[in-house]
Design a protein around this ligand. Structure first.
Ligand code: NAD
Length: 329
């Protein structure tokens, strides 16, 4: 199947190429999909999209006009695709339901540990021959209360790690995970209670209408003073202005963020010689107790292997059977 891979970069091209082999004819573009770049899809039957590609109604219309019938998402999340519109146009969309939840969960733990044990500052001080420890005091995670919002595949991988640390675990989800209840000490509670009781909060749910700005002035105001807040899910789940206020008023002692609500147009690009025209992001990343990574939680060899393999399987299934087990519509 002739497929255009949007938003593809040095980190994923070799993996995708390996699994495409001679089965699929694939071409790469570093361009993210939008109303302008949708024109590049002329002559392709399928496009493979990443979380930075926006497939809204207008974009889908152009893709359809250009002959695209299949959209293979290289992501778990599908908040960037208008599925109803795709359905109406007869474009099939499939995601990767699971590639490596461990990659994202382990990155959430990385952010938490780096912030708590002041690893970045320690390294900076070390390089200036300042061997004092006065600014580097952390806390034991053992015995602390960790709240997990969204206990699906990533949330449960994160919960199991924190269970091993000896934390008290609180979960909030629209559906309780019985396997997780059996395997860990997690107790489900309301979002309100989770906010009130947790020393650490980790966001692991999808972005949808119900979770948009779930973390806002009201929810931050419920939290314990000094909470560590980690978001590896989607930026739009957190109102950044309200997070900054919670950092300023010391409710949030530290924030570890792999995603940012306006990350499109910033993340995945080399903007080192450019001035960012995003004052909110500039402010957010300026705090010493905020650690931001550029949507890299998934970035492990195992995850990239799995993403590439399943993407090609989705394309093969469409080509052979007209449907794939991972179809979303
Ligand atoms: P999943 O579907 O296995 O789990 C999501 C969980 O969230 C489910 O248990 C679901 O019931 C719960 N949920 C849904 N709506 C909710 C609500 N309103 N309130 C509370 N809980 C709710 O998905 P997953 O594989 O664990 O992935 C979760 C999200 O992580 C993805 O949707 C994606 O946005 C994000 N993600 C980020 C990266 C990254 O690199 N940073 C990589 C992969 C996925």
């Amino acid at each position: 199947m002739k497929t255009l891979v949007y938003s593809s970069h040095g980190f994923d091209q070799p993996f995708l190429q390996k699994f495409a082999n001679s089965i699929h004819e694939i071409e790469f573009t570093e361009e993210a999909l939008n109303e302008t770049t949708a024109q590049l899809s002329k002559g392709f039957e399928a496009v493979a999209l990443f979380s930075s590609d926006k497939a809204n109604a207008a974009v889908l219309e152009i893709l359809k006009q250009n002959g695209v019938n299949f959209i293979a998402l290289r992501s778990v999340g599908y908040d960037h695709v208008d599925l109803d519109k795709a359905q109406a146009l007869g474009i099939k969309v499939a995601n990767i339901p699971e590639y490596s939840p461990y990659a994202i969960a382990e990155h959430a733990v990385t952010l938490l540990l780096a912030l708590n044990r002041k690893v970045i500052l320690a390294n900076e001080l070390m390089k200036t021959n300042d061997f004092r420890l006065d600014q580097l005091v952390g806390f034991d995670l053992q015995g602390k209360t960790v709240g997990i919002v969204g206990t699906g595949k990533i949330g449960s991988a994160f919960t199991r790690i924190m269970n091993g640390f000896g934390c008290k675990l609180l979960g909030y989800d629209i559906a309780e995970n019985t396997d997780l209840i059996a395997r860990t000490s997690i107790q489900y509670t309301s979002l309100e209670e989770l906010c009130k009781q947790s020393d650490v909060i980790s966001v692991c749910c999808p972005l949808n209408e119900a979770t948009k700005y779930m973390f806002n002035k009201a929810t931050f105001s419920l939290m314990k003073k000094g909470v560590y807040f980690i978001n590896t899910a989607r930026g739009g789940i957190v109102n950044t202005v309200d997070l900054i206020e919670a950092i300023e008023n010391k409710t949030v002692a530290a924030a570890g963020l792999d995603v940012y609500e306006n990350e499109n147009g910033i993340f995945f690009k080399d903007l080192s010689n450019k001035v960012l025209a995003d004052d909110l992001f500039e402010k957010l990343r300026s705090y010493p107790n905020v650690l931001v990574t550029g949507h890299q939680a998934f970035l492990t060899q195992e995850a990239l292997t799995s993403i590439s393999q399943i993407t090609m399987e989705n394309l093969s299934n469409w080509e052979q059977f007209g449907k794939s087990p991972n179809d979303l519509n």
